[in-house]
Design a protein around this ligand. Structure first.
Ligand SMILES: CC(C)(COP(=O)(O)OP(=O)(O)OC[C@H]1O[C@@H](n2cnc3c(N)ncnc32)[C@H](O)[C@@H]1OP(=O)(O)O)[C@@H](O)C(=O)NCCC(=O)NCCS
Length: 264
């Protein structure tokens, strides 16, 4: 089994492995293809006899890195390939203060074996198919001039320097007038929301929730969980946020939506 960086010709097969493993449809651009194009991002595949049997990805945000997209085709499971892909995705990140990930139940034993510890549960929900069209009253569209303020808010919430994530999601992003909450707009279906003020976070979530989105929020942000349930979202399988290395000074109560289950 060869583990190597994905090439453009691998992408269809690699995204199919991920989509089948997580029961979702993934079409480019995805969080994985976006990460693969970044100098500090990595998208790996496991290949045997010309077939793509597994994937793993990682991205560096300065001192921290995130792992995501760990998936193995059913016929190749049970051979510790998931673990090898995880180790390879960590190795290519190089030295970091900490590595974070959001683990499914299936993935969690692998990460525990590698020394990751659970630090928070994220509730995962699907938005209802019949959400009424949003009426973004009192919101404004962000421009390039807001970039520094958004990066500052993102860092206030996450404790990380997620420039890559913010940069791909600024165009089309919306915010409350005073910038106390921002809803970013990545090129894949997602509703990442950062909020200094819970009322502003809730207002953005209520205004912008759209059908067919997989949403996730930290369980300790009970206001966000309650808002999503009151909007008719249905529960998906939860994930746990795990960390290996130094703690990150993040604020779960400011996180009202994630970029993906790759990085929260
Ligand atoms: C999680 C996943 C990547 C594990 O891949 P893997 O290469 O089978 O990993 P491992 O070989 O280390 O096996 C993991 C466990 O699956 C069990 N297993 C063994 N054979 C299996 C098979 N044929 N099918 C399913 N599971 C099997 C093993 O018992 C092992 O448990 P253990 O740690 O107690 O021994 C894979 O199951 C997968 O793609 N799942 C769906 C996507 C997902 O949840 N990814 C993780 C996201 S965080």
């Amino acid at each position: 089994m060869l583990i190597r960086p994905a090439t453009p010709t691998d992408l269809d097969a690699a995204l199919r492995v991920i989509g089948d493993a997580f029961g979702i449809v993934v079409q480019p651009p995805t969080v994985h293809t976006t990460v693969a194009e970044d100098p500090d991002g990595h998208f790996l595949v496991a290949e045997r006899d010309g077939a793509i049997l597994g994937t793993g990805a990682s991205v560096g945000f300065g001192r921290n890195g995130w792992l995501g997209g760990i998936a193995v085709r059913p016929e190749a499971r049970g051979e510790r390939l998931g673990q090898r892909l995880t180790e390879a995705a960590i190795d290519v990140l190089g030295p970091r203060d900490s590595v974070l990930l959001l683990a499914s139940e299936a993935g969690r034993p692998i990460y525990e074996r590698l020394g990751f510890e659970v630090e928070e549960r994220y509730v995962v929900l699907w938005s209802p198919p019949d959400t009424p069209a949003p009426v973004p009253n009192g919101l404004r569209r962000l421009t390039a001039a807001d970039r520094d303020a958004v990066l500052e808010l993102d860092e206030w919430v996450t404790g990380e320097s997620r420039t890559l994530a913010v940069d791909v999601a600024l165009e089309g992003a919306l915010a409350t007038e005073d910038l106390s909450a921002v809803a970013l707009k990545p090129p894949w279906p997602a509703l990442p929301i950062l909020a200094r003020d819970p009322a502003a976070g809730e207002a953005l979530l209520r205004a912008l929730i759209a059908p067919g989105l997989r949403l996730a929020v930290p369980e300790s942000n009970t206001a966000a969980v309650e808002t999503l349930r009151s909007l008719g979202c249905t529960d998906g399988p939860d994930v746990v946020r795990m960390r290996r290395g130094a703690p990150v000074a993040w604020r779960p109560e400011g996180l009202w939506g994630v970029f993906s289950l790759f990085f929260g």
